[in-house]
Write a protein that binds this ligand. Structure first.
Ligand code: PA5
Length: 447
């Protein structure tokens, strides 16, 4: 029972893989000896085996407190300070977590904010939490990111109005840089309980730190098992040899396909609970590889829903796509299709069949159809959607991403391109210091 990677439907020849073997070995050493680009952001690499146990214990204790005294838990963050926690809660938790009766949920309702600038979203959230006891966790490594900072300003005011400042401060938790940033300063002043994001771990590689673990633990998921999975992944994917390392094989295969013009990778899943895992994956790969005029465009689809929409394009559109299917071998639940005497719908050939079996055949049929249609298919299978395999899968993708970025020849740990929109937004909003840019942008926009 393990994560498996199958590239037998990728239409790639043996020698194409062999050709990259030596390069992978060399890049593996570059990664582990920390001599490559972005080497000051490699804290995630050995983290699963040497993380701060004391802080880990504190996450437990705090999560327990929040679970006891809160009906709703609001997580503020964006990008790497958001996607991983949501991915875990959705993948491992109950599909309708917030709608379950409280005694069944055994955790507060979970809400995410700070990942958009929609007034409607905030207003609606405020309506939902109105009569509930609330705790808040604000997550920002820089402590200055605009979207979560605005969210925090709004929710801080709400909390102080609702509980008075003293109690509000006890219901607010911050995950941020150990020393710098506006959030750290505010946390000091208000004496919020805080957790530290290590300097050498970038946002999109941070889900196994307090960034992900605190919200995940509050949602009632066993974070010890997540870290056990990540630690086993560290061990399992530690080898330099391509043959024995599925994580490097995935990195190699996607680069071979990219070099043949497959510039879009579609992550496909057959379980809706993987929706946010795919969102997290898109950020990881898109932000890590999309630079210097290069990069695979990471997209995602959910089957069978999207077989009735994007399925057409996948089967029959421009042949610049490859597909990576993320499979859960044994889904959490199964149900049997009922027998119907009248059989008006003609579905009695499915009577008493398991719905998972139907879903599996949808996967197999689609795999062959898409492969026949010229879309190479890679398959990553995980045995179960458990905390353990979430931890293992996260590390699998992170390490594969580092290797893949190095094969591509980029720095997988920076994100210079995300600054440009911010500069323009600040200039248009009249932030002091941006006057000249603001003037020139307005001339272009409103001429
Ligand atoms: O991967 C990244 O570095 C980004 O996606 C950041 O996580 C995101 O911009 C949020 O940054 P911060 O945690 O500083 O608010």
């Amino acid at each position: 029972k393990d994560i498996r990677f199958d590239y037998s439907n990728a239409d790639v020849k043996r020698h194409e893989i062999e050709n990259l073997k030596a390069q992978v070995r060399q890049l593996h050493h570059m990664l582990h000896k920390k001599t490559g680009a972005g080497n000051d952001f490699l804290g995630w690499l050995d983290y699963p085996k040497d993380y701060d146990q004391e802080e880990f214990q504190r996450i437990f204790t705090v999560a327990e407190r929040i679970r006891k005294n809160s009906d709703a838990f609001i997580i503020i963050g964006i990008g790497g300070s958001y996607a991983g926690a949501r991915a875990a809660i959705e993948m491992v938790g109950h599909t309708f977590h917030n709608l379950l009766p409280k005694e069944k949920r055994n955790a507060p309702e979970i809400y995410f904010v700070g990942h958009n600038l929609s007034a409607t979203y905030y207003q609606h959230l405020m309506e939902v939490i109105e009569n509930k006891d609330v705790s808040i966790c604000v997550i920002s490594k820089s402590g200055t990111t605009t979207e979560p900072a605005i969210a925090f300003r709004l929710l801080r005011a709400y909390m102080e109005g609702k509980y008075g400042e003293a109690e509000a401060n006890q219901r607010i938790y911050a995950v941020t840089d150990g020393q710098k940033g506006a959030l750290r300063q505010l946390a000091r002043e208000k004496r919020y309980e805080t957790f530290v994001i290590p300097d050498d771990i970038g946002g999109r590689y941070s889900v196994l730190t307090a960034v992900g673990l605190l919200p995940i633990a509050v949602a009632g998921i066993d974070i010890r098992k997540i870290m056990a999975g990540a630690k086993d992944a560290w061990e399992a994917y530690h080898g330099e040899d391509l043959e024995g390392n599925p994580c490097y094989q995935y990195a190699v295969l996607r680069n071979i396909l990219y070099s043949k013009g497959k510039v879009i990778e579609v992550l496909a899943s057959y379980e809706p609970s993987l929706h946010y895992l795919a969102e997290w994956w898109k950020q990881l790969y898109g932000e890590s590889e999309g630079k210097d005029g290069k990069g695979i465009f990471p997209a995602s689809v959910e089957f069978s829903t999207d077989l009735h929409s994007m399925g057409q394009l996948l089967q029959d559109g421009r042949r610049n796509i490859f597909e990576t299917v993320l499979r859960i071998e044994k889904p959490k639940e199964d149900i049997r299709i009922v027998e119907d005497e009248d059989n008006v719908d003609g579905l009695n050939f499915l009577s008493l069949k398991s719905l998972n079996e139907v879903n599996d055949h949808a996967f197999e049929g689609t795999l062959l159809a898409h492969t026949d249609g010229g879309v190479p298919n890679l398959v990553i299978s995980i045995p179960e959607a458990t905390p353990y395999y979430f931890g293992k899968l996260v590390y699998f993708f992170e390490k594969a991403c580092a290797m893949s970025g190095y094969i591509l020849g980029v720095n997988p740990f920076d994100q210079p391109g995300v600054e440009d929109y911010k500069k323009n937004m600040f200039a248009l909003l009249g932030k002091p210091g941006y006057e000249a840019l603001g003037k020139s942008l307005r001339e272009r926009l409103y001429k």
